[in-house]
Design a protein around this ligand. Structure first.
Ligand SMILES: Cc1cc2nc3c(=O)[nH]c(=O)nc-3n(C[C@H](O)[C@H](O)[C@H](O)COP(=O)(O)OP(=O)(O)OC[C@H]3O[C@@H](n4cnc5c(N)ncnc54)[C@H](O)[C@@H]3O)c2cc1C
Ligand code: SF4
Length: 511
């Protein structure tokens, strides 16, 4: 039995992990983009020495992260845009923010590593139970480290395996979470749930350098490519990087993968007993549109918003205290008027916020640097997400061989973000701080990179849907395993649920 997994991002690696456990011969193909050699050498050098690192040693590894009042335009890894390079199959309107990747490891090079498995209530209308969806969670933890806490979030988002360690909190976030704990009864009464953030981070190797939002020189933030590289070194998988899969053809006894060699432009053809498609929602939509001649798909997004949060208690000097700068706490509430919980991820002070504040001050930034630094010391930020039922959609159409994306507005999502702001304001005393509402930025469709659907799983799949094993009708050898098959997108973090579903399908697929 020989299977091809298309994509080496989180979904592809999750599927491959389950397939390897079944003793199957696995070939992983991907677009093959990697960090430029000179930057990779610089990162290797940092890895070998203890921080603090000098400005010279970090030169170019942080430079290109663009933060502004309008938010983080495109998160880079070690100053490089290699993650997004060579994605030539998308055309998008200006009001769409899309993320797709041809990198080995996909978007996991830039992800924020925040993980929270979706709750039972998030899966209303799905053709599978929550227990089935997360059946492989313990097995996935063999390849994904995780830190966090067992706290009030467990009731809705249980851990399959206890966290490896507690998430080290920055001083302001420790103060804020302490305040929430002191006001727990009041907050719970008003519908709030909170807890430590959960992160796919290996704390054993983390040196608390605070560079998380730029790229982790120690490799402590989990990436799919690190897992793949280990398997390749151990001779467990065959890896074919540098291919762009274009179309799939099914035959009675095999499935054929037609690809282009991205460097030479030459066609490449692979034959397998089964294909597991994990190219990421947008790339999979493109490949499936070409394969099925299906010109139109509707994708699901999670409305994203970003705002500074000013805690009552100052934590002077916190910015200089190097700490993990990924999400530190999760706060959830159902916005008035919605039936679905929203998820707010809180971040401690960090140099990206400092840059954002400086931009807000414009040319005066240099003069006012001491003032802005003091504000950054105090400012936290929150990134919020809504459920897909409360969020815009994305129309994806195959036009002249490319995927043309257009936003589909949602009449209620702006109102729900407003409702949430009012709830935050109402409970500001118990929440220990206030949202800086004038600086709130509501993201464009697709911003936040929680985009799924297009080929949703259904109990009785019709054209444009898949069965519970990700198979489009009449295609028993093809399993779509990435977020394309999710019937809805919850507000809680996205990727861990998509990975679990990919692992479940790969574990259950008849071979
Ligand atoms: C800035 C940012 C921050 C994020 N933070 C978080 C977070 O904190 N928590 C969270 O849950 N999620 C987060 N996400 C989302 C997360 O990164 C994605 O959900 C996740 O990477 C999707 O995994 P995937 O394997 O399905 O696809 P991808 O990561 O997109 O990987 C796609 C793979 O397919 C390959 N590929 C693509 N097209 C082709 C083709 N035609 N032929 C062959 N191979 C192909 C690529 O080379 C790649 O290996 C974030 C995303 C971004 C951009
Ligand atoms: S603080 Fe962040 S960037 Fe630094 S080693 Fe730890 S996880 Fe990596």
């Amino acid at each position: 039995m020989h299977v091809v997994v298309i994509g080496s991002g989180p979904s592809g690696v999750a599927a491959a992990h389950a397939l390897l456990a079944r003793g199957v011969e696995v070939t992983v193909v991907d677009g093959g983009e990697v960090l430029e050699p000179h930057r990779a050498a610089q990162v290797d050098a940092l890895r070998a020495m203890a921080p603090p690192w000098t400005t010279l040693q970090l030169d170019g590894l942080r430079g290109n992260l663009s933060a502004s009042r309008r938010g983080i335009a495109q998160k880079r890894a070690f100053g490089s845009d290699f993650v997004y390079r060579g994605v030539d199959f998308i055309r998008a309107d200006a009001d769409i923010h899309w993320s797709a990747s041809h990198a080995t490891g996909g978007l996991s090079h830039v992800w924020g590593a925040a993980v929270l498995p979706w709750a039972e209530a998030d899966l209303a209308g799905w053709p599978i139970t929550r227990a089935a969806l997360f059946d492989r969670e313990a097995s996935l933890r063999e390849i994904v480290p995780m830190i966090g806490a067992q706290d009030d979030l467990d009731a809705q988002h249980p851990w399959a395996v206890a966290p490896d360690a507690a998430l080290p909190l920055s001083r302001p976030m420790r103060q804020l979470l302490g305040h929430w704990q002191d006001n727990r009864a009041h907050l719970q009464h008003n519908g709030w749930r909170f807890g430590s953030a959960r992160l796919a981070v290996d704390l054993k190797t983390c040196v608390r350098c605070g560079l998380c939002l730029h790229g982790c020189p120690r490799g402590s933030i989990w990436t799919a490519s690190a897992v793949l590289q280990r398997w390749v070194r151990e001779g467990r998988v065959r890896h074919l990087p540098g291919l762009q899969v274009q179309v799939l053809r099914q035959h009675d006894d095999a499935i054929e993968v037609q690809a282009l060699d991205r460097r030479s432009g030459e066609p490449v053809q692979l034959t397998a007993d089964r294909v597991f498609l994990a190219a990421g929602t947008l790339a999979s939509a493109w490949i499936l549109a070409r394969t099925f001649g299906r010109a139109h798909t509707r994708l699901l997004t999670s409305q994203y918003f970003l705002a500074p949060f000013l805690p009552e208690q100052a934590a002077r000097g916190a910015l200089a205290e190097a700490e993990l700068t990924l999400a530190q706490a999760f706060l959830q509430v159902t916005p008035d008027g919605s039936q679905h919980a929203a998820n707010l991820q809180f971040y401690g002070p960090n140099d990206v916020h400092e840059a954002a504040i400086a931009r807000t001050w414009g040319p005066l930034a240099r003069l006012l640097r001491p003032v802005t630094t003091r504000a950054a010391d105090r400012l936290l930020s929150l990134q919020g997400y809504l459920h897909s039922a409360d969020s815009p959609g994305i129309d994806a159409r195959l036009v002249d061989g490319q995927l043309q994306l257009a936003a589909v507005a949602h009449a209620g999502s702006a109102r729900l973000v407003e409702a949430l702001c009012r709830q935050l304001h109402r409970d500001r005393a118990a929440l220990g701080g206030r949202l800086l509402r004038p600086l709130l930025r509501v993201g464009a469709a697709g911003e936040g990179a929680h985009v799924g659907g297009g080929w949703p799983m259904a109990a009785q799949p019709e054209a444009g849907q898949t069965d519970v094993l990700g198979r489009p009708p009449g295609w028993p050898r093809l399993h779509v395993v990435d977020a394309s098959v999710l019937p809805s997108v919850a507000a809680a973090t996205f990727t861990w649920t998509a990975m679990n579903n990919a692992a479940r399908i790969a574990h259950e697929a008849p071979l």
